[in-house]
Design a protein around this ligand. Structure first.
Ligand code: LMR
Length: 335
């Protein structure tokens, strides 16, 4: 006999590592990542010195009485944390401090990622979807893939949705329009100061239909300079202001990334995701590079056929070059 309970979805197990956990776990438990009817089990992993505070987060999750939350594991044991995981949000890493370049944290993070990759490989669900947030995010994702060879390339991504959302935010502020009416910006390349926020294909929904952002802003000088550097440097600006890296916006964007990947992108719009390059837009294969993507049935695909002008070409190549250098630096840290 049908009962209400038998129609409920099976819980999805989500792993969150590291320090934006406090910001992201309530969002996940409220359904912002996987939908309002999807029960979740949360696994939280942090380092030994944070064990007590992690347990405090677990207590708060219980106290918040989230109806979708079907279990919480708070642990410092990476093997236990990765057990049966369907979605892994890898935030943990050595954080960038004020004045540090992302490359400074490379050697610390590649060894962390090597260990976590092996644990995912051994313990996670075979079709686990991985989102790397910790910097250097694109290169950490590459390392993760190397040490988790059975996880398909298509299942390992990194976060550039934060930069994408920052670009939407800047356009919305500039034009004084609702951020939800702006779409199809693109972040190309690395989640770093060489990323290229591109508005050549972006539009705003107005009462008179969809209008190109370029036409509405009508200021190429601003779009080609201040807009780009503001988005590129936003992470550093937040660190300067908060003395901590972004947490709220990173958590919210990570939820957006997974939600759109699992549940699909809205018709007629795309998002930015750091994914394995298949050579699209002349970007070397095997780099984790941010492209415009659409998602359907849990699979992403790179949007093809966009016109790339000369200005953009230079920017796409410069950020690819940085990723090539990061890749070889990461390999040298591993040896
Ligand atoms: C961000 O973009 O806010 C984070 O990646 C912080 C950083 O290190 O840039």
């Amino acid at each position: 006999m049908w009962s209400f309970l038998s129609m409920e979805k099976e819980p999805v197990t989500v792993l969150v590592t590291g320090q934006i956990g406090y910001a992201i776990v309530p969002m996940i438990a409220r359904g912002a990542m996987l939908g309002p009817d999807q029960p979740v089990i949360l696994h939280m992993l942090d380092i030994e010195p944070a064990a007590e505070s992690l347990n405090g987060v677990k207590m708060e999750l219980i106290d918040a009485a989230f109806p979708l939350l079907r279990g919480v594991v708070a642990t410092t044991d990476v093997q236990e944390a990765c057990k049966g995981v369907n979605i892994a949000v890898m935030v943990g890493g050595f954080p960038r401090k004020e004045g540090m370049e992302r490359k400074d944290v490379m050697s610390k993070n590649v060894s962390i990622y090597k260990a976590q990759a092996s644990a995912l490989e051994k313990n996670a669900a075979a079709d686990v979807k991985v989102l790397v947030v910790a910097n250097p995010a694109n290169t950490n994702a590459l390392i993760l893939k190397e040490f988790a060879p059975s996880i398909p390339e298509k299942n390992i991504t990194c976060l550039t949705r934060l930069d994408h959302n920052r670009a939407l935010g800047q356009i919305s502020e500039k034009l004084n329009v609702h951020v939800g009416d702006v779409k199809n910006v693109i972040i190309w390349g690395n989640h770093s100061s060489t990323q290229y926020p591109d508005v050549n294909h972006a539009t705003v929904t107005t009462s008179g239909g969809e209008k190109p952002v370029k036409e509405l802003v009508a200021n190429d000088q601003w779009l080609n300079t201040e807009f780009i550097t503001t988005v590129q440097q936003r992470g550093a600006a937040i660190i300067k202001a908060r003395k901590l890296s972004s947490a709220l916006s990173a958590a919210s964007s990570a939820c957006d990334h997974i939600r759109d990947w699992v549940l699909g992108t809205p018709k007629g719009s795309w998002v930015s995701m750091g994914v394995y390059s298949d050579g699209s837009y002349g970007i070397q294969r095997g780099l984790v590079y941010s492209f415009p993507v659409t998602c359907e049935k849990g699979q992403w695909s790179i949007v093809q056929g966009l016109k790339i002008d000369e200005f953009s070409r230079g920017k796409l190549d410069a950020t690819a070059q940085e990723l090539i250098e990061e890749k070889s630096l990461a390999h040298s840290c591993l040896n």
